[in-house]
Write a protein that binds this ligand. Structure first.
Ligand SMILES: Cc1ncc(COP(=O)(O)O)c(C=O)c1O
Length: 441
């Protein structure tokens, strides 16, 4: 499974964006997040083009929680997408990167007053309101500042997307948004409309879950959301102009996963939207989306150096297991621990060799941080370079300093050039926030 610009070069090495992975390791060390810039750009363009062709009244935001630093803000801006942020830190990154803030949406289920005020002061295009407390706080702030803030209201369509429970958000039993079914969402909308001119509600939002390998739940969500638009219009006389259906499209982590292509996803979504608009007699809204994983997930590869290789006896067949240990683990990729995530791995300096042994890939943390439970690879030695694929989403951004590990560097590769976009942390970075109080000195 080679993804994006991944190739095998004449030396039998993995190449990404025209860069030899082994040269990248020599220059930047390991662990290393390698992001395939051309494929990110292509994904942004293709996703946009698919929806432009099927439903021109639309806007695509990149969900920055999936992958964020200042460099990606530049790429997203250049490709004409908007940006979804969900914290002061994500917003600050966009601000520092000079991202046009009228193209930013602020999310969050428990936004602080600081975050709300920051968003308003910097002129964030839209705040996606999650709850009544936030709605009222926002109205007070807008009033105080003499501003009109555009908002969407996040609602819960009440459907279970059947993905990992930790990334399911559309069901009734959730911390996100307000329920359509129990009337909370309609009540909040009625209140929001009364808060004009301080707040200008433009529509409704939902995000049903992530890593969805078909579009069935999106279809159901669209039907419920458009039905709810009709309910809102009948109850309040106001028809939402924006319908935001969040993100959620899955990617290939392993060869046996087959998410819909952007085209298939677009056909299903727009088919469902047009059918629902007719069914509920609703005029065309602007369709907003916030894909994260689908734009960057397959564009990331993490390179590690193999350290200890250990064979242990196990009671089940074949009686032994080989542990291949890498120089990273749960601090640079917590997804196996969080979501039982699965990954494919390549031996970057021995591409094309027969995969004749089954191994377990382990991290080096003081936990049983197994990165890959079981995978087939060829010959492997200490010092070899492992390339874990599809680590572009929810990896770099989820990195921690557990065991006081330094966070890895991140490079963008394109046309044979590699640029550092986030440097590796140093040991000094690890202690930079520590303070020894006088009495302990
Ligand atoms: C509100 C919202 N929008 C968009 C996304 C992006 O989801 P994905 O990366 O699955 O496309 C998320 C992910 O958690 C989210 O919470």
């Amino acid at each position: 499974m080679l993804l994006g610009t991944q190739r095998v070069n004449a030396e039998g090495h993995l190449e990404i964006g025209g860069c030899d992975a082994i040269d990248l390791v020599k220059e930047f060390g390991t662990p290393l997040y390698v992001m395939d810039e051309e494929t990110i750009r292509e994904n942004c363009r293709n996703y946009k083009a698919v929806f432009e062709a099927r439903y021109p009244k639309n806007d695509i935001s990149f969900a920055s929680k999936a992958f964020l630093n200042m460099a990606i803000c530049k790429v997203v801006e250049q490709e004409g997408l908007s940006l979804d942020v969900a914290s002061a830190g994500e917003l600050y990154t966009a601000i520092r990167a000079g991202f046009p803030l009228d193209r930013v949406l602020l999310h969050g289920n428990n936004k602080s007053l600081f975050e709300l005020e920051m968003a308003m002061d910097f002129g964030v295009g839209c705040i996606v309101v999650d709850n009544l407390l936030e709605l009222r706080q926002l109205k007070t702030l807008a009033e105080k500042k003499g501003k009109t803030q555009k908002i969407l209201l996040r609602v819960t369509p009440g459907i279970d997307p059947h993905t990992h429970r930790r990334i399911s958000t559309g069901q009734e039993d959730t911390k996100f948004g307000l329920s359509v079914a129990n009337g909370d969402a309609l009540e909040a909308i009625t209140e929001a409309l009364e808060f004009a001119p301080h707040l200008k509600i433009t529509g409704i939002h939902c995000h049903i879950g992530s890593q969805l390998l078909d579009a069935h739940t999106h279809e159901q969500a669209i039907d419920i959301m458009v039905g709810f638009m009709r309910t809102i219009a009948d109850a309040t006389g106001w028809m939402p102009e924006d319908l935001d259906i969040g993100g959620g499209l899955g990617i290939r982590y392993t060869e046996d996963q087959h998410p819909p292509s952007y085209e298939e996803f677009g056909d299903t979504l727009i088919g469902a939207l047009r059918a629902a608009l007719e069914k509920y007699d609703v005029p065309e809204p602007r369709l907003l989306q916030e894909p994260g994983r689908a734009l960057v997930g397959e564009t990331g590869t993490t390179l590690y150096t193999v350290g200890v290789i250990k064979r242990v006896n196990i009671p089940q067949d074949p009686g032994t297991r080989t542990y291949v240990t890498i120089d990273g683990g749960m601090s640079d990729n917590p997804r196996p621990q969080l979501y039982d995530a699965v990954y494919e791995v390549l031996v970057a300096n021995r591409m094309g060799e027969a995969k004749d042994q089954e191994v377990r890939i382990a991290g080096k943390h003081c936990e049983t941080d197994i990165l890959i439970q079981s995978t087939k690879i060829g010959h492997i030695e200490t010092g070899d370079i492992l390339a874990v694929q599809s680590t572009g989403a929810y990896n770099y951004v989820m990195a921690s300093n557990y065991n006081r590990f330094t966070k890895p560097a991140c490079v963008f590769v394109k046309d044979g050039e590699a640029d550092l976009v986030s440097r590796r942390e140093t040991l000094d970075d690890v202690v930079r926030l520590d303070i020894i109080p006088e009495r302990l000195a």
